[in-house]
Design a protein around this ligand. Structure first.
Ligand code: FNR
Length: 379
């Protein structure tokens, strides 16, 4: 009940922190090394200064936009997140259903805990995308693409900022294992978060849907599985194996963006993985305008990282993003209260987006957002 009336994503984050074991919350909430990239991504939105028009007709403020040739309800994509059933037993199914209801795309991760087929069955009317990590075993990559395609997924997001695992120090300190173990915190932990542990101990066993032989820690698994020798040339065989649209997620420089636009991908996601990989990597919102200026005419540019409100979405779209990927925001909702929690996050993002566009004095809704409405202070 609390989640349904949460006033903002920050409140859902606080509820999530209360409901889930600390090691699980910190796996979501944390980032790499000094967590500077994550903090900067969020703080970049504090730099946004709006320049609103007055006396414009804002009676209607439609939020719908076109993404990869298809209408969506608002410029938001639910980002791929690994091991989502650990956050709440509803897991990927709950998130996909909430996305379906809100009319926005959902991206299933290679490291998901639900199969592509089960996601499609849970949200048959949703627009479900698949995210690929290129692993050493080529046959496994092709197998995963075939499973995604068979499940009706027609957008592939290839994540390229994980040649090796980032150093997530909160996980190291907690000794987080996948799946988590009762061993560490023992009875006290169980007493503090009884609902989570009840679900964990009585629910469907927590495991990856298509990844086998997991060593206990995520970083070890990543380094064992992922292929650190992947290059732009690999996009060729991926392209050949995939009939749908192709996005590359994790672009962090203008020259890389140009190179990718030249090989003809359908979209680029300006992202540093929510600060979970290279700490001090470029801040997505600050890099966005340069990338849009360089390649925006040739390919769709998405922003990912630090989005916590509809006003953040409005700012990114005004600066040229086709849409924003959102990661932690929906996971806070999921941890706070399962599917209704994710639904609440999407309702909040939409309501905040509508209100921001109206207060900005933009007629024509989200599609009327332009760069002159936003200045980044202190640059
Ligand atoms: C992620 N992210 C991610 N990205 C990806 O391509 N594949 C994955 O499996 C995961 N897993 C994952 C787990 C968790 C717990 C988080 C928080 C993030 C990164 C994600 O897609 C996205 O880039 C960031 O979450 C964006 O930053 P915000 O919105 O969380 O600030």
């Amino acid at each position: 009940a609390r989640v349904a009336v949460a006033a903002d994503v920050g409140e859902l984050r606080r509820l999530a922190r209360r409901r889930t074991p600390r090691m699980v919350f910190d796996y979501v909430d944390g980032a790499a090394e000094g967590e500077r990239s994550m903090a900067r991504a969020v703080r970049a939105f504090d730099r946004v200064e709006f320049a609103p028009h007055v006396l414009r007709d804002v009676a209607e403020a439609p939020t719908s936009v076109e993404v990869l040739g298809r209408r969506v309800a608002m410029p938001v994509v639910l980002a791929p997140t690994g091991f989502t059933r650990m956050m709440h037993r509803g897991g990927e199914r709950a998130v996909a259903r909430a996305a379906e209801r809100a009319g926005v795309p959902y991206t299933l991760s290679t490291m998901g805990t639900t199969t592509a087929g089960d996601v499609a069955a849970a949200a048959p009317g949703g627009w479900n995308w698949f995210q690929l990590y290129v692993v050493r075993d080529r046959a496994r990559n092709l197998e995963r693409l075939a499973l995604a395609e068979a499940a009706g997924m027609d957008v592939l997001v290839v994540t390229v900022d994980v040649p090796v695992a980032g150093a997530r120090l909160r996980d190291v300190r907690h000794g987080l294992t996948i799946p988590p173990s009762l061993r560490w915190r023992g009875a006290l932990e169980a007493v503090r978060h009884p609902a989570w542990w009840f679900d964990f101990l009585t629910g469907e066993p927590l495991r990856f849907a298509t990844v086998e032989g997991a060593p206990e820690d995520m970083a070890g698994l990543t380094n064992l599985m992922f292929d650190p020798s992947v290059t732009v040339a690999d996009l060729e065989w991926i392209r050949a194996a995939w009939r749908g649209k192709l996005l590359v997620k994790g672009v962090q420089r203008v020259d890389d963006a140009k190179e990718l636009a030249a090989v003809g991908v359908d979209g680029l996601v300006v992202s540093n993985h929510g600060g979970r990989q290279l700490d001090r990597a470029a801040t997505p919102l600050e890099l966005l305008p340069e990338v849009v200026a360089a390649v925006g005419g040739r390919t769709e540019v998405f922003l990912d990282g630090g989005v916590r409100s509809g006003a953040d979405v409005a700012a990114a779209v005004a600066l040229g993003a086709r849409a924003c990927f959102v990661g932690r925001a929906y996971l806070y909702g999921l941890m706070a209260g399962g599917e209704p929690g994710v639904t609440r996050v999407l309702e909040l993002l939409r309501a905040e987006l509508v209100r921001t566009v109206q207060l900005l004095g933009v007629s024509g809704g989200v599609e009327g957002l332009t760069p002159d409405l936003v200045r980044l202070r202190g640059s």
